[in-house]
Design a binder for this molecule. Structure first.
Ligand SMILES: C[S@@+](CC[C@H](N)C(=O)[O-])C[C@H]1O[C@@H](n2cnc3c(N)ncnc32)[C@H](O)[C@@H]1O
Length: 201
């Protein structure tokens, strides 16, 4: 992330926000409350909440990102995006609240396997019945990278943080199944990314 003026700015969020919206729009058409995990700069939150005004969008992240998210929300003037709550997926206590959907973008490959396991251990209690978990990012299938660029990206990530890296769909789906979620859909996205969607039974 680089800084433009006071607000943090991630070029990738501007590049992928429209294609993410296209997938989310029908998925979230009948939903009301969304928790975003790892809101980052807050760019996705304000864009997606603006484009889907029927949603109440709850941002969250580690505390170091909160000031930037707040700036994006303040500048947007939107009433349907809530200021970030502190949420580390490995924290024992998660918010005492249930949502119609949980969305997270580009966070699983930053997190360790332990973080992602912790997330799935908490996810069902945060979702209302029929609630959706929607995850954007790069994923492996049957242990294989989907492109040479994803393989290089994974090496870059692991060099920076050996615990991070692109996660296997099959492993995620095992965690989801144990958590009481059913796999719903896999959307191919530009630049070798996917959107994976699970639904609480
Ligand atoms: C690459 S950024 C993605 C930010 C934003 N979602 C986007 O797509 O631009 C990864 C995000 O995951 C968050 N993150 C990393 N570890 C986390 C954890 N243990 N719990 C919650 N969020 C975490 C980071 O703080 C960061 O906001």
């Amino acid at each position: 992330m680089q800084n433009t003026a006071a607000k943090p700015y991630a070029p990738s969020s501007e590049e992928n926000k429209e294609v993410i919206l296209k997938v989310l729009s029908p998925l979230f058409a009948n939903k009301h409350s969304v928790l975003e995990i790892g809101s980052g700069t807050g760019q996705h939150a304000v864009y997606l909440a603006q484009q889907m005004p029927h949603l109440q969008w709850q941002t969250s992240d580690l505390p170091e990102n909160h000031d930037g998210i707040r700036l994006w929300i303040k500048d947007s003037g939107l009433q349907n995006v809530a200021e970030p709550i502190e949420l580390n997926v490995s924290a024992r206590q998660w918010p005492n609240c249930q949502y119609d959907a949980i969305f997270t973008a580009n966070s699983f490959h930053i997190m360790s396997q332990e973080n992602v396991s912790d997330l799935f251990a908490h996810i069902a209690q945060q979702l209302k019945p029929q609630g959706l978990l929607v995850v954007y990012g790069p994923f492996n299938f049957k242990g294989e990278f989907t492109s040479p660029s994803n393989q290089q990206f994974d090496a870059f990530l692991k060099n920076r943080d050996p615990k991070s890296g692109i996660k296997d769909f099959e492993w995620l789906n095992e965690l989801a199944t144990v958590a009481g979620l059913m796999f719903k859909q896999d959307f191919a996205m530009p630049q070798n990314n996917r959107i994976l969607c699970w639904q609480k039974l």
